[in-house]
Design a protein around this ligand. Sequence first.
Ligand SMILES: *Cc1c(COP(=O)(O)O)cnc(C)c1O
Length: 368
Amino acid sequence: MGIQVPFVDLKTQYQSIKTEVNKEILSVIESCAFVKGPAVKKFEQDFASYCNAKYCVGVGNGSDALYLAMRAMDIGAGDEVITTPNTFIATSESISQTGAKVVLVDINPQTYNIDVNKIEEKITSKTKALLPVHLFGQPADMDPILAIAKKHNLLVIEDCAQAHGATYKSKRVGSFGDAACFSFYPGKNLGAYGDAGAVVTNDEKLAEKVAMISDHGSLQKYVHQMEGVNSRLDSVQAAVLNVKLKYIDQWNASRLKNAHTYNELLKDVAGVITPYELEGTKPVYHLYVIQVENREELGKKLSEKGIGNGIHYPFSLHQMPAYEYLGLKQGSYPVAEEFSQKIISLPMYPELTESMIEYVCETIQSSI
Ligand SMILES: *Cc1c(COP(=O)(O)O)cnc(C)c1O
């Protein structure tokens, strides 16, 4: 029996920051400033500057960040928002939640992100925004996306839930669109110890409106400009994030190194397609995803050898019951459909060791 390689490992990371993080959590509890306290303000300032953006509004989770950003842009019934079928459902769910229609564009076979050459054919007079996702920590091709948005007068919302700190032409994701939405779900590259999220923007009015909608439509207690929701960043989570923000670059660098070790060890294994990196980008490998012909078989063998694995995601959005109402047939998005049948995600986190990666790759080589 070989070593065990879990798919994710949050415990090892916690051990490395335990003293610091426990101290910060306790200090929030002792101050009793549980909601919108100083820890939240500090995080909002520091995370905005981390993203090279002017404003950051902490919210309850990444899904709400997307919903709140679009509501603050007055996106709603009668509008269309363009995104990709290869994403977690939160991306499209948040579009529907505003009342707008989800419009899907197939993915690029190399980057797995939205195919920039297929966006324009889906633009109609109702299109209000483009919602690219930096999936698996790989930046979407932002220059052409911004050019299309400019040409057609569309808003751009970046889904950065899997890409904290990734760079495109030396600039961090989150600084390109009219707004960018982050999730700090515990398993994300920058993860809290519960649910948390944020909207980042350079637009002062938009930031103010997101803050207002996220707090019952008010900026001043009991004075409500409109109906909003309750989706605020919790101070305990902000305290955790304040500690972790100091280490995110170091952790992302380890993920990148681990991905490159995988690439090197898998490059001569016939039948394995390793991730492609778009020129000028520095991905942060939230997930390390390969393509193989028989992923069920490989997944089973990896599990038997104590190696965690997963599928992100087994179906394209339009293939699931939730989107039957869109009436999009099998074959509408051939690239995303084929991709979803061949992918398998391997263990990926900063604390993975070289011998663990070697063990995973040896197991793949002997199983394929
Ligand atoms: C995690 C995730 C979200 C949603 O974030 P939550 O904090 O879980 O609500 C949105 N989009 C993508 C691509 C995600 O991976």
